[in-house]
Each structure stands twice: as structure tokens, then as C-alpha cells.
Write a protein that binds this ligand. Structure first.
Ligand code: FAD
Length: 423
């Protein structure tokens, strides 16, 4: 069957679904095409940061309200962070001025929630279990062959994840080894949060730095336990991440942490594409969004927020293409510029900041000091928040914050404050 639309979107994850949602009042017809049937499994840590929640409100107040009523999510107000030598600090995961917490939510549920919202848009047709095989771009249109169906559009958005079919078919430069993080996760039942409302635990074992291991507690009584590490480091160390992950879970202190818990799913892994390299993400009649465009935070591995952000920007740009009746590579370059204008400063910053995570002794010092001295803990919390919400402004302020925090205050605190009593 030949199906004709204005816009084709391949991939109905957060990037593709958000792009579709942002086209709802555009007067354009769109096909949202995914090879999977929703709700579908998505290998993820299942953490939805404040950025995700903010992005939903930027799409529409109605969407944010629906998410507010969505019951599969679990609010999280603080996180427990463990240094390489397993000292612990608690960090609030929302700044004081923010009303909203962050959430944990199974990605199969969250992505299905988003797709349900798309299904309510009269101008978007959703095609699941649809497998693109060939993509042809001709002067004035695109043809996407999916078995017996051919989809015709005037522009295509590739929101089909890190191994993007659209990017491959169009010969877009793929992500480099340096940009790849290998991450894997499994699920357990019977694990209780360490504190009420604190559903995030992050461990920094020396074996995987600058990667980390997480335990994220979910609302259904299960916990997502996973690990992520840059691919180049895995090569350099000559290890397999799965063995390393299992080894960490079998040794202290995680062994004790998991006592009584039962693993309910196999360990599954996937690639995370770190942002930071300014590769082309558009061309004649196409744009890439989300993981297909490599837009994941290089410290935390969070990609859902930027997937939604890029889906929004892609939809805005697509509307501009129709207004200007221009789908050329030259016109679409404005999309690359806009994406990198919004995200590149943070990527560059976080890539540099990640180099600090190569130093276990520094992390032991910072977290150990924060663990002993509440004022340092509060400073660290502020710093993490400034980094997260990207409000630091000029880099020099970060450098001063670091010098201030790591040395002056740490030194002062160690000289003047009584140590926190440990049980
Ligand atoms: C182990 C792990 C843990 C992570 N933890 C977190 C976390 O806690 N928080 C966070 O924010 N981010 C996390 N991420 C990153 C996050 O999962 C991604 O950045 C995010 O899913 C990107 O969204 P997307 O819409 O671009 O792509 P995806 O979510 O990958 O969606 C792509 C969609 O395209 C479809 N598709 C793929 N190929 C085709 C094709 N050929 N034809 C048709 N459809 C296709 C897929 O079925 C899928 O539905 C994690 C990643 C991993 C691997």
C-alpha cells in the first residue's frame, strides 16, 4: 500500500514521540513508524530526571498534567552516592526552588505513556511492527519501503536510536568509539531503599571509573541494577563489562546490599551514545534526533531529556521547512546549529568534568569530606545542582566553585568542625 504524509518519523521512543506531539497543531500529517509493538522493552536505568519533567511541560501543560496523573512512576527526592572506598553521602535531587521531584519509571511504561498521548493527536498515524527496509530520497520527496507498504513524505526524522536505520541508509557519519558507553542492567525484587523517598543509589567502584553502578528503585517493588562504562576504557582494560558487573555484585559491599534480593531478569546491555562531537545530524530532507544524533549526557548517561528536547526542536524546524518550502541540506543546517547551541556547552563541560572521575582518591576525598562535614555536603549538593541545571554560566565560575569547595571549605571544615558521629 502507498501511504502519503507530510512528515515521516522513524522511532517512537521519547525523541520520535515528542516530535510527533509537537506537530499536533501544525496542520501537517505525520506517520510515526516503529518496528516494535508498544509497550516494548527498553534497556535503560529507568531514571527520569527533572529535565525530562521540564521538557514534558514545554511540550504542553496538558501533557505535564497527564504525566502528573500517571501512576507507574515513583517520585524520588534524594540520592545516595558512594565513593570508591564506599563512603556515603545523600544528595537532594531537586533544588529548593523546584516543586517537582525526579522519578523512576520503567521505560516500557513511560514510552508507552508518551505514545498513548501521540495516539490522541488527530494528525499523527502510528504504525507499530513496521520494519523499514529501504529509504530513498529523491528531489522532492522521500520513499520509505517497509515490506508491502511504502510511506511517502516530504521530510523524514530519524529518531530510531543509537543504531539508527535512517542514519545508516543516508550514510551519516556514525558515532565514534570514544563516544560510546556500554551499559547494562537487570532487575531485582526484595531490595528496599536505604532511606524513605531516596530511590537512587550510585556507586563509584574504582574498577569502572569514570563509569558508575546504579540501583534505582521502581514503584512496582522491583529495582533496576545496572552499570555503564566508556567503551574505550573497556578495551583498554581488556575486560568484559558483564563479568566486571557480576564481580562487583558478588563482592562487598554490594554483596551484602543484595542479600535477600532476587534477580528477576537477565542482564541486558546496549550502547549509549555520548554527546560532545559536532557531527552532522541533518541533510537534504532529513533530521536525526535523540540517540540517533548522539545527545546523551557524558557523565550520567541520561538521554531521555535530550531525546525529548531534540524531538521538540526537530518538530519546530520541520514546521519552518514547510513554511519556507525549503528542505535542503543548507536550510536544515539551522537544525544542527540549534541543537548544538542548546546542548554543546553542557556536553563539553561534562566531558571535561568526567576527567575528574578518573581519580578515585579525589572522589574519596570529596565524598569522604562531605560525608564527615554537613556544610561540605551542602556545598557539593549545590555544585551538583548547578552542573545539572547548567546555570553556572562562564566556566571560570565552576573552576572557582571547585577550588572553593575542594580545598578552602574542606580544609576549614576539617580544622574547625566536629566530625559527624557514625553509628
Ligand atoms: C543501560 C542503559 C541505561 C540508561 N539509563 C538511562 C536513565 O536512567 N535515564 C536516562 O535519561 N537515560 C538513560 N539511558 C539512555 C536512554 O535510554 C536513551 O538516551 C533514550 O532512550 C533515547 O531516546 P530515543 O527516543 O532517542 O531512542 P530510543 O529510546 O532508543 O527509541 C528508539 C525507537 O526506535 C525504534 N527503532 C529502532 N530501530 C528502528 C528501525 N530500524 N525501524 C523502526 N523503528 C526502529 C525502537 O524500537 C525504539 O522504539 C540509558 C541507556 C542504557 C543503554
Amino acid at each position: 500500500m502507498h501511504r502519503k504524509f507530510d512528515v515521516l518519523i522513524v522511532g517512537a521512543g521519547p525523541a520520535g514521540a515528542s516530535a510527533a506531539l509537537c506537530l499536533r497543531n501544525s496542520g501537517l500529517s505525520a506517520a510515526l513508524i516503529d518496528k516494535a509493538v508498544f509497550p516494548r522493552e527498553k534497556i535503560c536505568g529507568d531514571g527520569l530526571t527533572l529535565d525530562v519533567i521540564n521538557q514534558l511541560s514545554l511540550i504542553s501543560g496538558e501533557l505535564a498534567a497527564s504525566f502528573g496523573n500517571f501512576t507507574a512512576k515513583l517520585p524520588c527526592y534524594s540520592a545516595e552516592i558512594f565513593s570508591p572506598d564506599y563512603r556515603q553521602i545523600s544528595i537532594e535531587v531537586r533544588p529548593k526552588q523546584e516543586q517537582r521531584p525526579m522519578y523512576t519509571c520503567r521505560r516500557s511504561d513511560f514510552d508507552n505513556f508518551l505514545l498513548d498521548q501521540v495516539r490522541k493527536c488527530g494528525n499523527v498515524s502510528v504504525f507499530e511492527n513496521t520494519h523499514p527496509q529501504k529509504l530513498i530520497i529523491i528531489e522532492d520527496r522521500i520513499l520509505l519501503e517497509c515490506g508491502e507498504d511504502t510511506f511517502e513524505g516530504r521530510i523524514i526524522a530519524g529518531a530510531d536510536g543509537v543504531n539508527s536505520f535512517v542514519a545508516r541508509e543516508l550514510g551519516v557519519e556514525r558515532i565514534t568509539r570514544e563516544q560510546q558507553c556500554v551499559a547494562m542492567r537487570t532487575y531485582y525484587t526484595g531490595l528496599k531503599p536505604l532511606r524513605e523517598g531516596s530511590h537512587i543509589e550510585m556507586y563509584l567502584p574504582v574498577e569502572i571509573l569514570p563509569g558508575y553502578l546504579w540501583i534505582f528503585h521502581l514503584g512496582d517493588g522491583t529495582s533496576n541494577v545496572g552499570v555503564g562504562m566508556p567503551a574505550t576504557l573497556i578495551n583498554k582494560k581488556g575486560i568484559t563489562l558483564k563479568q566486571c558487573f557480576e564481580g562487583l555484585l558478588m563482592s562487598e559491599p554490594l554483596k551484602s546490599r543484595l542479600t535477600g534480593a532476587v534477580r528477576t531478569e537477565a542482564v541486558k546491555g546496549y550502547t549509549i551514545p555520548y554527546g560532545g562531537r559536532r557531527g552532522p545530524i541533518s541533510g537534504h530532507r532529513f533530521l536525526l534526533a535523540g540517540d540517533a544524533a548522539a545527545l546523551v549526557d557524558p557523565i550520567t548517561g541520561e538521554g531521555v531529556g535530550n531525546a525529548i528536547r531534540s524531538g521538540r526542536v526537530a518538530a519546530e524546524h520541520i514546521i519552518n521547512c514547510f513554511r519556507a518550502d525549503d528542505f535542503s541540506a543548507g536550510f536544515n543546517k539551522a537544525y544542527d546549529d540549534e541543537i548544538y547551541r542548546r546542548m554543546m556547552p553542557e556536553f563539553k563541560f561534562h566531558n571535561k568534568f568526567r576527567s575528574l572521575l578518573h581519580h578515585p582518591s579525589l572522589l574519596n576525598y570529596i565524598i569522604g569530606t562531605a560525608s564527615d562535614y554537613p556544610p561540605v555536603e551542602r556545598s557539593l549538593q549545590k555544585l551538583i545542582w548547578n552542573l545539572k541545571v547548567n546555570k553556572l554560566g562562564p566556566r571560570i565560575r565552576l573552576v572557582f566553585s571547585l577550588i572553593y569547595m575542594f580545598t578552602l571549605q574542606g580544609l576549614f571544615a576539617s580544622l574547625t568542625r566536629p566530625k559527624r558521629k557514625r553509628a
